[in-house]
Design a protein around this ligand. Structure first.
Ligand code: PMV
Length: 299
């Protein structure tokens, strides 16, 4: 029997632009998905916590298929539990994918290294979603703060993180396709926006190394303006974002594809509670989160 877990994430910078090869920075957070593998004599059985999201089973099935290239996986129970809200920009699909790969890698003694698991995770997301960047699967595998596509690992950030959840379900594929349409219609405009977002990530990397959270927050706000220009923000997210800023957050923006889901604010840990309350009053729910250096691991 093996139990493996993998974390969710927030995007500090660069979602959408990363789809076009620009730089993005994501940070693993302390919400995890757990996958338990046991043996049976009845074939492959999946027991998933994501009952209202049949889509998630597709990630699990595809991850099993990827590992079947390396091991004779026939009679197993895969049991999934998760603390990561689904369809919210917090990387729940990547976490279940990576935790499934990690659990099978251990149970069947396949011996893949973390980098190889991250790659298989990325291939799994690509196969299921049709389009994906390696961000979510890489940060879920490695933990900490990562820069994509460079695949650099930075030290975990050390300030407060507050997440606002609108409870409005979003589709990454739909938002990516909407941005693609905008880019096709106005390439001379949208290409510039993508370049600017990539430049923000590049500056952000340097600021993270120096723990300059005020400047990181300032650039998160600029990044949010550009995401708004791409049409991926909704009024409910804006309410949460402005509430966080008004209550002293260093910066606040959506995390992930937008169109619903979550926003993230960075702040002094002392202010986290006040900011979480303000976000919750503005719209939806909120919670205080913590960065984690722990990527995928076997318990
Ligand atoms: O909302 P999420 O966690 O699926 O993130 C989507 C981020 C995009 O840049 C829009 C797409 C991607 O695969 O990077």
């Amino acid at each position: 029997m093996t139990i493996c877990s993998a974390p969710g994430k927030v995007f500090l910078f660069g979602e959408h632009a990363v789809v076009y090869g620009k730089r993005a920075i994501a940070c693993a957070i302390d919400l995890r998905t757990m996958v338990e593998v046991t043996h049976n004599s009845k074939g492959i059985r999946i027991h998933s916590a994501f009952k209202d999201e049949p889509d998630k089973n597709q990630y699990i099935k595809t991850a099993i298929k990827k590992m079947q290239q390396y091991a004779d996986i026939k009679n197993v129970n895969i049991t999934v539990t998760s603390k990561i809200p689904v369809a919210s920009g917090l990387g729940s699909s990547a976490a279940v994918t990576v935790a499934t790969l990690g659990a099978l890698n251990e149970e069947f003694q396949v011996g893949l290294r973390k980098e190889e698991l991250a790659l298989l995770g990325y291939q799994t997301e690509l196969e299921v979603q049709g389009a994906a960047s390696p961000t979510d699967t890489f940060v879920s595998t490695m933990g900490g703060t990562v820069v994509v596509p460079d695949k650099k690992i930075l030290p975990p950030i050390t300030c407060g993180i507050v997440v606002g959840h609108t409870g409005i379900s979003k589709s990454t594929a739909r938002m990516v396709s909407r941005v693609k349409t905008l880019k096709e219609r106005y390439p001379e405009v949208v290409d510039g926006i993508m370049d600017s977002i990539g430049d923000i990530s590049a500056r952000g990397e340097d600021l993270i190394k120096r723990n300059d959270y005020r400047s990181i927050g300032e650039l998160m706000n600029v990044n949010q303006g550009l995401l708004d220009a791409l049409g991926v923000t909704i009024p409910e997210l804006s309410l949460q974002i402005y509430a966080a800023r008004q209550h002293g957050a260093y910066g606040a923006k959506i995390t992930g594809a937008g169109g619903g889901g979550c926003m993230v604010a960075l702040c002094d840990e002392k202010n986290a509670k006040e900011i979480a309350t303000a976000i919750g009053h503005a719209y939806g729910d909120s919670f205080i989160s913590r960065p984690t250096a722990e990527g995928v691991f076997i318990r």
